[in-house]
Design a protein around this ligand. Structure first.
Ligand SMILES: *[C@@H]1O[C@H](CO)[C@@H](O)[C@H](O)[C@H]1NC(C)=O
Ligand SMILES: *[C@@H]1O[C@H](CO)[C@@H](O)[C@H](O)[C@H]1NC(C)=O
Ligand SMILES: *[C@@H]1O[C@H](CO)[C@@H](O)[C@H](O)[C@H]1NC(C)=O
Ligand SMILES: *[C@@H]1O[C@H](CO)[C@@H](O)[C@H](O)[C@H]1NC(C)=O
Ligand SMILES: *[C@@H]1O[C@H](CO)[C@@H](O)[C@H](O)[C@H]1NC(C)=O
Length: 382
């Protein structure tokens, strides 16, 4: 009986040996030569002899009997016998032999090593969503099986996570530990299980949610804004679940009418239009969720620049009305009495003649009247 080294199972060597040393004996071959079977699957092996022979399958020097869910043998022909092996459960590696005996009594044996293997497989109920409170210690298990045991690597943003002493660490069983977890640690993580020898891998996404009290801040310090202009403040908020925002002016809630005071759709930007002195004051952005509340305040100073301009305009308008009235009065004087500033302009600055003719006419009239007066006088005299 030929016994081959059970390790490695070099079929070629076996064939060479059977051919060279026992060339009169049957040449035996088990196909396929790879004895690996995935857990839960089955595999057919053929034992082929070069000559007609009685073939049988053996393990541990005992004949293999057909067994439900494990072994099923079949006589194909005088030189081929099959064995269907089902890997229904995890079992230790074992050696399976094919034994051949010819009618003339020559014997030969071939063997392979059966090995049950498993792809990286996640335990069914691995949670894909994990929720933690801020500052707690988060443990993210990567419950994966595989034969041989897969190597586990955690990734975030597509990059392998590097351990950070005191914050991030991975244990031998593949659990990722995040100490004092923060909002910034929230997001999508995934663990990759890898079996190098067969280049098999599997991924599992884990969405990490961190519950935290809100924190708010403005990105501007106390602004000075001129009146009549519009202004807006953006309140930057962190926290989970998403905090509710409240805007206050002093102790009162800002009356959000959508016109004078308007909020952006996300509620984080307050716009105040047509600023007035009365809009001056403390504005507070207050955020609240189930885990806490926080607020931040700024002081808005409204500078009344347009007030001075307004007074000037009013003075200007009064001055204009005064001048127009004056002109109207003067024009009336000029028309009716031939006096006033326009009259003066006409005679002394423009040097017009017409008024002088008129003046002469007046003089003549005056003369005539004087004459008649004289006549009258003379008449009286006469
Ligand atoms: C894991 O998440 C990524 C996006 O972050 C997505 O593209 C991928 O399909 C997800 N895989 C599984 C198995 O859910
Ligand atoms: C504040 O944030 C808003 C909105 O992101 C931006 O438009 C503005 O320029 C920021 N202001 C400063 C002073 O950073
Ligand atoms: C706003 O005006 C006040 C007083 O006029 C001044 O003390 C303060 O520095 C000004 N602030 C800014 C941001 O210009
Ligand atoms: C202020 O906002 C109002 C309403 O949106 C707009 O009609 C007005 O033109 C704005 N004024 C300035 C100075 O931008
Ligand atoms: C801001 O928060 C403090 C402390 O929680 C609180 O005393 C104060 O009333 C808050 N201010 C406003 C305007 O909500």
């Amino acid at each position: 009986m030929l016994k081959m080294s059970p390790q490695g199972c070099p079929i070629l060597l076996l064939l060479l040996l059977t051919k060279s040393v026992f060339c009169s004996k049957p040449g035996l071959e088990i196909i396929p030569s790879n004895g690996e079977i995935y857990l839960g699957e089955g595999k057919d092996f053929l034992c082929k002899s070069t000559v007609e022979a009685t073939l049988k399958w053996m393990t541990d020097d005992e004949d293999i009997e057909d067994e439900e869910g494990r072994y099923k043998q079949k006589h194909i022909d005088e030189s081929v016998r099959s064995l269907y092996v089902t890997a229904s459960k995890i079992e230790p590696d074992r050696v399976i032999q094919c034994h051949a005996e010819t009618e003339s009594g020559e014997v030969a044996t071939a063997e392979i090593k059966l090995r049950i293997i498993q792809k990286p497989t996640f335990v069914k109920d691995v949670k894909t969503r994990k929720e933690f409170d801020a500052d707690s210690t988060a443990k993210l298990p990567c419950d994966v099986q595989g034969i041989p045991k897969p190597q586990v690597t955690w990734y975030r943003y597509g990059m392998a996570i590097t351990p950070l002493p005191g914050h991030l660490s991975a244990s031998a069983d593949g659990t990722l530990t995040i100490e004092k977890i923060q909002l910034s640690d929230a997001g999508m993580y995934y663990c990759m299980a890898y079996i190098r020898e067969r280049n098999e891998m599997a991924y599992k996404n884990v969405s990490v949610i961190v519950n935290a009290a809100p924190i708010v801040h403005f990105n501007t310090t106390n602004p000075n804004i001129t009146s009549k202009s519009n202004t807006s403040f953006t309140c930057f908020v962190t926290g989970h679940p998403e905090p509710r925002i409240m805007w206050k002016k002093g102790d009162e809630e800002v009356p959000l009418d959508g016109q004078k005071y308007a909020l952006s759709s996300d509620g984080l930007e307050l716009t105040i239009t047509e600023l007035e002195k009365s809009d001056e004051g403390e504005y507070t952005c207050h955020a609240i969720n189930n885990y806490g509340e926080h607020n931040t305040t700024l002081f808005l100073q409204v500078m009344e620049v347009s007030q001075g301009v307004g007074a000037g305009v009013i003075t200007g308008i009064f001055l204009l009305i005064f001048l127009v009235t004056l002109l109207a009065v003067d024009l009336t004087c000029y028309r009716t009495r031939r006096r006033g500033f326009l009259m003066y302009l006409n005679t002394n600055v423009l040097g017009r003649t017409t008024p002088r003719v008129k003046l002469e006419e007046t003089d003549i009239k005056k003369e005539t009247s004087d004459k008649s007066h004289v006549v009258n006088i003379s008449g009286i005299d006469a």
